[in-house]
Design a protein around this ligand. Structure first.
Ligand code: FES
Length: 61
């Protein structure tokens, strides 16, 4: 499934970027060697970042 249709960035690529340390959508774009265009995907990226942070917080408890 594509998260970013403009750049063809798939969900698994976003997850890989987050696992590699991306903490902001801009860092995800950078990891995917892409640039934001319409930015409609930024909300989805932020949601995935939040879920990742929640999972880390839960694991640490
Ligand atoms: S959908 Fe990602 S920049 Fe347009």
């Amino acid at each position: 499934m594509y998260v970013c249709n403009c750049n063809g960035i798939r969900e698994r690529e976003v997850r890989a970027a987050i696992e590699a340390g991306a903490r902001r959508p801009a860092q995800i774009f950078q990891a995917c060697e892409a640039r934001p265009r319409c930015a409609r995907c930024v909300c989805d990226m932020r949601e995935m970042l939040d879920q990742s942070q929640d999972a880390l917080r839960y694991a640490a408890e």
